[in-house]
Design a protein. Structure first.
Length: 130
């Protein structure tokens, strides 16, 4: 078999190889983007919960104020559907009163519109004395 015959047998394989590698690289890129997006959503929800807890912990505020602020922040940053399950409670930690704002929100698996899992995050703040 001459070198020319060997090359002729591989004709067209570069196009097929490029297509397969491009599809693999695209899938990898989209997976990385999706993980980054899920982390971004998680960070936004944690930040909103912490801000709501800080507001609810003020001496002149109630836990419901923290829930409302958390919902407002999440609705502004993401979507109102992410702010459906927000709860504020007052608990004791190490003998000190603490306000805890807990958020259960969807964790996006395929963009904001696709199927999703559920994440639960909480923000805490030391309650001020009146």
């Amino acid at each position: 078999m001459s070198p020319r015959e060997a090359r002729d047998g591989e004709r067209g394989s570069a196009v097929a190889e490029f297509t397969m590698v491009a599809a693999l690289v695209l899938a990898l890129f989209l997976g990385i983007v999706q993980v980054a997006f899920a982390q971004h959503v998680r960070a936004l929800v944690i930040d909103a919960a912490a801000e709501g807890a800080r507001l609810a912990a003020r001496a002149d505020r109630e836990p419901e104020d923290g829930v409302a602020r958390t919902r407002e922040l999440i609705s502004t940053a993401l979507s109102a559907s992410y702010a459906d399950d927000v709860v504020a409670t007052t608990t004791l930690r190490a003998g000190l009163p603490v306000v805890e704002v807990t958020v259960r929100a969807p964790l996006p698996i395929v963009g904001l519109l696709g199927p999703s899992g559920t994440m639960t995050v909480a923000g805490h703040a030391l309650e001020e004395a009146p």
